[in-house]
Design a protein around this ligand. Structure first.
Ligand SMILES: Cc1cc2nc3c(=O)[nH]c(=O)nc-3n(C[C@H](O)[C@H](O)[C@H](O)COP(=O)(O)O)c2cc1C
Length: 616
């Protein structure tokens, strides 16, 4: 691996670094910001290893180039964060957090270099800033000049997808930087999509209570450490610019905005300045989201721009999110690694944790722990459900510390071998991510904990059925399914040598038969007794595409409504839900590129220089 620079001062340096490392593809042929760029970025994200970063030099609708997929591989996220590996960055953070209060003068003196080091991370103020090379104020502001992407066919419009949104608490004066998308409404207003649980929304509530307009600044195309830090789930009140400084090993330079009382990263490519009026909400969305589904229209605040500033020759930075794997999976992977030491600082028994991409971060977390007492796993489940943004996790799965979470197949086999489906599943309730679509109500609903840790002698032992012999022959399964329901249109038994055998089923929903009715019937079938877990999926789902199956399983299930357990066996209904299932919220569409745009991009592959993306 090429030697890595410790910090990129700005996006331009990062682009140069990517190019030097052979990680950048320049696309010179004209492309449209309306779906075409997103289509190419999607192909790159899904190609082997995450493809390359893409620099679109000639965007039809704008004079500014667009950078996408810059963080979208293990190597590029490491480059962005100036580290050889995410683990070594995590270890650096862990060392930093282990500092103990000095108990002697000698220890105090030993700590001084660390303290000085910390001072190096604090943001600095700078008066002349490149992000203000060009300034537009008031009526001069025109967002239509920017190459803002419309990513997916059903998107409500163009969205800024990689913005660092900066605000300040009215009560504490502390800064927050969060990444919240902005839907461009017209030349000088956008939506402000901070979810209700996020720090930006908390500041908004403060301004609402005070009846005051909230100043907001947005940096687009900040240096990569700042852009990453805005996505990091730091505790409220901690300045993301300090985290960015820590990652960069040098302070972030901040400069005063030209029209509001906030500071922004001086080296950003573009800065949007303005305010949000707490009394004004407007429909925002739909948007093809990182869940792989469209998030529905919701009421969100409106951001009014008072100024737009940018560098000379700026590059507009964007990301395209959709069904994983996409660029944001690598950003999430960085968070998973960097935040492990923080989690371990509070819960040292946690060895490791893993958020499988198919779970889109909020749906499932797997934790390995060193278990020391009865109920220890349950305690960690409760901790997870009360811990910052981890609290959105719908499923928390606990395994023993010796299980290597970097080996997904082994993890799955361990779980399927260990669990007693009658006693190891624990249904709870709690907050859910705004983007969850499967719970009957938004924001709050069922959670599932799965305890696959070993049983200590002082714990109640598992009552596991003897492992089933062989799977029944395909003909027998087929016949059994035919007798169960004419709506079962396909099946597949994944080749896993485990105690709890799995049967995947396609269900052609008719709008009348509920998943629960079908589940009860399936559990009664004598010939299907060899399978302790049956998963029902919609009829179009390829049951041999395990990533697709897991994505549907993690996203479409409300644990209380959609899991039926009986006699140590269970059925999980991972189909889309309708009124027949008692689900009255609209069910979102899958995010997919329009076939016309895909065909046109593929037809121009040579001209665009993206043949490699299509090959792999
Ligand atoms: C590409 C990308 C887009 C995101 N968009 C949003 C968004 O529109 N709204 C939101 O609340 N969180 C969004 N997030 C997640 C937040 O950035 C993340 O939860 C962050 O920790 C929020 O910062 P805060 O803790 O300061 O509120 C996005 C994350 C990424 C990587």
């Amino acid at each position: 691996m090429a030697a890595m620079k410790s910090a990129y001062e700005n996006l331009g340096e990062f682009i140069a670094g990517l190019e030097k490392a052979g990680e950048l593809l320049r696309i010179k042929a004209p492309v449209s910001s309306n779906l075409e760029i997103a289509c190419i970025a999607d192909l790159a994200s899904k190609s082997r290893g995450g493809g390359k970063a893409l620099l679109f030099e000639h965007v039809r609708e704008s004079r500014f180039p667009v950078l996408a997929n810059a963080f979208g591989s293990e190597r590029r996220i490491c480059m962005a964060l100036g580290t050889d590996s995410l683990d070594s960055l995590a270890r650096r953070l862990e060392r930093f957090m282990r500092i103990e209060p000095p108990t002697s003068l000698r220890r105090f003196v030993n700590l001084l270099p660390m303290a000085l080091d910390f001072m190096r991370f604090l943001p600095r103020r700078r008066s002349k800033a490149p992000c203000q090379d060009i300034i537009y104020r008031g009526e001069e502001v025109d967002l239509s000049e920017l190459p803002v992407l419309k990513c997916w066919p059903w998107d409500g419009g163009p969205f800024m997808t990689l913005p660092v949104v900066i605000s300040r608490s009215l009560e504490t004066g502390r800064r927050n930087a969060g990444m919240y998308r902005l839907q461009v409404f017209d030349r000088n207003t956008t939506g402000m999509h901070w979810h209700i649980h996020k720090d930006g929304s908390h500041h908004f509530q403060e301004y609402k209570r005070a009846g005051r307009r909230m100043p907001v600044a947005v940096a687009v195309g900040a240096d990569p450490a700042v852009t990453y830090a805005a996505t990091a789930p730091l505790p409220r009140g901690m300045d993301e610019m300090i985290l960015a400084g820590f990652i960069r090993k040098k302070p972030v330079q901040m400069t005063r905005c030209v029209s509001i009382d906030l500071e922004v990263p001086a080296e950003a490519q573009f800065v949007l300045e303005g305010y949000v009026d707490p009394e004004e909400l407007r429909p925002e969305g739909p948007f093809g989201d990182h869940t792989g589904y469209y998030s529905p229209v919701g009421q969100y605040p409106v951001f009014h721009l008072t100024a737009l500033t940018h560098r000379r020759n700026p590059v507009y930075a964007a990301t395209v999110v959709g069904r994983p794997p996409m660029e944001d999976c690598w950003i999430g992977r960085a968070t998973e690694r960097i935040f492990l030491p923080l989690l371990r600082a509070i819960h040292p028994e946690v060895r490791d944790f893993w958020m499988p991409w198919e779970g889109v971060f909020h749906n499932i977390v797997v934790l390995s722990i060193d278990k020391e007492y009865p109920g220890h796993a349950r305690r960690i489940m409760s901790a997870v459900w009360g811990q910052g943004q981890l609290s959105f996790s719908k499923a928390a799965v606990l395994v023993d510390g010796k299980v290597d979470l970097r080996n997904p197949r082994k993890v799955l086999e361990t779980i399927l071998n260990q669990v007693d489906l009658e006693s190891d599943l624990y249904i709870s309730e709690g907050v859910l991510d705004v983007l969850d679509h499967s719970a009957p109500d938004p924001l709050f609903g069922a959670k599932i904990g799965i305890d696959a840790t070993f049983r200590r002698p002082d714990e109640r032992q598992r009552k596991r059925p003897a492992p089933a012999g062989q799977n029944p022959a395909d003909e027998i399964i087929k016949r059994s399914l035919r007798y169960t329901s004419g709506l079962l249109s396909g099946f597949h038994c994944p080749p896993l040598n485990v105690r709890n055998r799995v049967l995947l089923l396609n269900f052609a929903k008719d709008g009348r038969t509920s998943g629960r009715t079908l589940s009860h019937k399936l559990l009664q079938k004598r010939r299907l007794k060899a399978f302790s877990i049956m998963v029902i999926l919609d009829s179009g789902i390829d049951l041999r595409d395990y990533s697709l199956v897991l994505w549907k399983l993690f996203n479409n299930v409300d644990p209380k409504r959609d899991i039926v357990i009986h006699g140590g066996r269970l059925v999980i209904d991972a189909t889309r839900k309708g009124v027949e299932d008692g689900h009255t919220r609209p069910w979102p569409k899958d995010v997919e590129m329009s076939p016309e745009v895909l065909a046109s991009v593929k037809g121009r592959a040579k001209d665009l220089g993206i043949e490699d993306l299509l090959a792999g």
